[in-house]
Each structure stands twice: as C-alpha cells, then as structure tokens.
Design a protein around this ligand. Structure first.
Ligand SMILES: [Zn+2]
Length: 298
C-alpha cells in the first residue's frame, strides 16, 4: 500500500536527504498514521545502520522487515509496542464521533504543541531521529499552528515531523509552505472480485436509468450483513478512479464512464458516499433509505 510514497521517502532517507517536515494528506488518515509510524520505525531501526563491512548499495541497509519478533532490534520492538521514547503522537482529545457539546474539545490546543516543542528540544534517547506525528493536523488551533512555525522553520538536529490531515486546506499557508506535501490515494490497492465487478456493472446501468429503476434496485437488493457498506465501497472506489481519470492519471484498470460526470459532480458524489457510509457505520440508519439517497444523486 502506498508503495510509491514509501519508496520515495526510503530513497530520500538512504541518500541522507530526508526533509524535516512532511504533510501527509489523504482521506484515510488512520492508514496514513500507520504509514508514518512505520516510517519512524524504518529511520530508527538499528539494523539500518551501516554494516560492519561498510558496504554500500544493497548491502548498506538491512532493516528488521520480515524478521521474527525475537530477531527484531530494540527500537523496532519499542515502536511496535507504542513505547518508543523518541516518538510523540499528538492527537485531539476527542475523537470524530464526539457529541456536539464536546466539539470544542476536538481541537489540538497550544499546550499540546508546547509538549511537542519540549519533546523536540531534547536529544533522542535511543534512535537516530526524534519524531512527532500530528494526527488530524487541521484541528490545530490558530495559536497552536503559529506556535509551531518555529519548529518547522528551524528544526534542531535530527528531527522529523509528520502532519497528517484529510483537510490540508484548513491549515495556514505558512504551515503548509514549510512542509513537503505528499498525497495519499486509495487506488491500486484494491483488486475487485468477480462479485464486485458484477455489482458495479449493475450500478453503472442504474446510474443512467430513471428514478423508478433506482428505487426498484434499492428495494430489491440485499442490504443485510454489511452489504450496504460493500455497495458504498464499490461506488466510492469507482468515483475516486473516475476522478483520477478526469485529472489525467493513467490507471492500471480502465474505468468505464457510464455518464459524463463533471469533476464537481464526482467530488460531490465521493463526499456524499463518504458521509453516508460514515453514518451507516456509526448510527442506526435505514440501509434502503441511505442507498436511495446515494442513487438519487448519481
Ligand atoms: Zn529494527
């Protein structure tokens, strides 16, 4: 997953050209956070030191990847256990699913950023790099963002900061301009099964049909046991691929355009499907109604 981004960063690291601050943007912030943590493991892995024979090239780095737990180095083990003292993860105190009254708790406050600054002011204990991961960075308050500018501008020693955000537009331009942005897409990671291809074919037919056909489909299709999520997932992947096609990205698997959607319509569809699938996962929505709402918009 996200092999391109991984190879890019790994090459930079091995060439000694790693940046100090990266903005990782993409919808799936959870998997981006896993990616960032994995990268922190890579740069701090004790097996990635130059081997005693000093050979370069392929022999230079020899990470703990694929090793059994016993054979892994101390740093890799600590990072995997979540107890590595040179890695700090900053996150808002409340999660996405917090109730409205708790909304103000969702921001990342200046005190949390001061904690990160304090952390960065000390030398690393075990690793080569001190790393800070800021999850949902768009939740940084205005003050917190301003407070952090200095760290992005004048990093001390070997530090690496990852800002992760699904809404990078909400960050101050002074922040984004000091980070190297990397976009994460969810493509190519999914091989559709025969069953999924069949469902997509039906959905593509339905998109070009009238309302009666759409309602009929929502009425008859089996929506038990997570099938709504399956259908929404298929639609979301389809529209993401379509969007990439529209902006000129060549995809491995060709995308069929059943209708001539504009980029605006595609973005709207992706957002709607995302919202509906979020609701269906967190609340007790009527599956048929949810599917009807989506189909009406397509
Ligand atoms: Zn290791």
């Amino acid at each position: 997953m996200n092999q391109k981004q991984w190879d890019f960063l790994k090459n930079k690291f091995e060439a000694g050209q790693l940046g100090h601050a990266y903005l990782f943007s993409g919808k799936d912030v959870t998997s981006i956070e896993i990616f960032a943590k994995e990268f922190v493991r890579l740069v701090n892995c004790l097996s990635s030191q130059i081997l005693p024979d000093g050979k370069l090239g392929n022999n230079k780095y020899n990470y703990c990847e694929g090793k059994t737990w016993e054979d892994k180095c101390q740093n890799c083990k600590m990072i995997e256990r979540g107890v590595f003292p040179d890695l700090l993860t900053i996150t808002s105190l409340q999660s996405e699913s917090s109730t409205k009254n708790e909304k103000d708790m969702m921001s990342i406050e200046i005190e949390q950023l001061r904690q990160a600054q304090n952390f960065l002011s000390y030398k690393s204990f075990y690793g080569a790099f001190k790393a800070v991961i800021i999850h949902n960075a768009e939740r940084l308050t205005f003050e917190a963002q301003n407070c952090f500018l200095k760290n992005l501008e004048e990093p001390r020693g070997e530090t690496i900061i990852f800002l992760i955000s699904s809404k990078p537009d909400m960050l101050l331009p002074t922040i984004t301009s000091r980070c190297q942005e990397m976009k994460f897409f969810q493509i190519g990671e999914h091989q559709s099964s025969k069953d999924e291809q069949k469902i997509l074919k039906e959905l593509l037919n339905i998109m070009t049909s009238d309302l009666a056909v759409k309602f009929q489909y929502a009425k008859n299709v089996n929506l038990d046991e997570g099938n709504l999520n399956k259908i929404l997932g298929i639609l979301q992947r389809y529209f993401r691929d379509l969007l990439l096609l529209k902006i000129g990205v060549t995809l491995k698997t060709p995308v069929i355009e059943s209708k001539n959607f504009t980029i605006g319509q595609i973005k709207k569809a992706i957002k709607l499907i995302g919202d509906i699938s979020h609701q269906s996962n967190t609340t007790n929505v009527n599956s048929k109604l949810a599917l009807e709402i989506v189909l009406l918009e397509l």
